[in-house]
Write a new protein. Structure first.
Length: 142
């Protein structure tokens, strides 16, 4: 089945569990509009005002378990989703700077991608994850 848009679920912790509202057409809006929609859905989810149709149909979900200080995890996609991107906590690590000839602090985080092999193979998933990492390392490309 071909989709006409990229709909992305966002895992949100509410008082009594996780809710995954879906940002519809994430590929068709500016980054500023995407952030605005994200904030609206977070607010609605935390107030438990997300209807079932606002939680269904995402191709992918993003889970930021790093907010709990967790560096790494293996998130599992929901049955109707293809991939789940997990973001771990950022940590300062010393990285050698060849031009300065010294170690400099750099914030690094673990990113995991769980996927359903019925929809995407390992090579496609690896290329997707590599592209996401490249975008996060150079946010101007977003």
């Amino acid at each position: 089945m071909q989709s006409n848009s990229i709909d992305i679920g966002v895992a949100v912790e509410a008082e009594d569990g996780i809710i995954v509202p879906v940002i519809r057409g994430a590929d068709k809006v500016s980054l500023a509009d995407l952030v605005m929609k994200y904030r609206e859905l977070i607010d609605l989810a935390r107030k438990r005002r997300i209807s079932p149709d606002m939680q269904a149909g995402a191709i992918a979900t993003v889970s930021n378990f790093g907010t709990f200080g967790i560096e790494w995890g293996t998130p599992i996609p929901l049955p109707d989703q293809t991939v789940l991107l997990g973001l771990g906590a950022g940590r300062k690590t010393p990285v050698w700077d060849e031009t300065r000839k010294e170690f400099v602090p750099k914030t690094e985080a673990q990113i995991t991608l769980s996927f359903d092999h019925r929809s995407i193979d390992g090579g496609g998933a690896a290329r997707l994850l590599k592209h996401v990492i490249e975008l996060l390392e150079d946010p101007k490309k977003l």
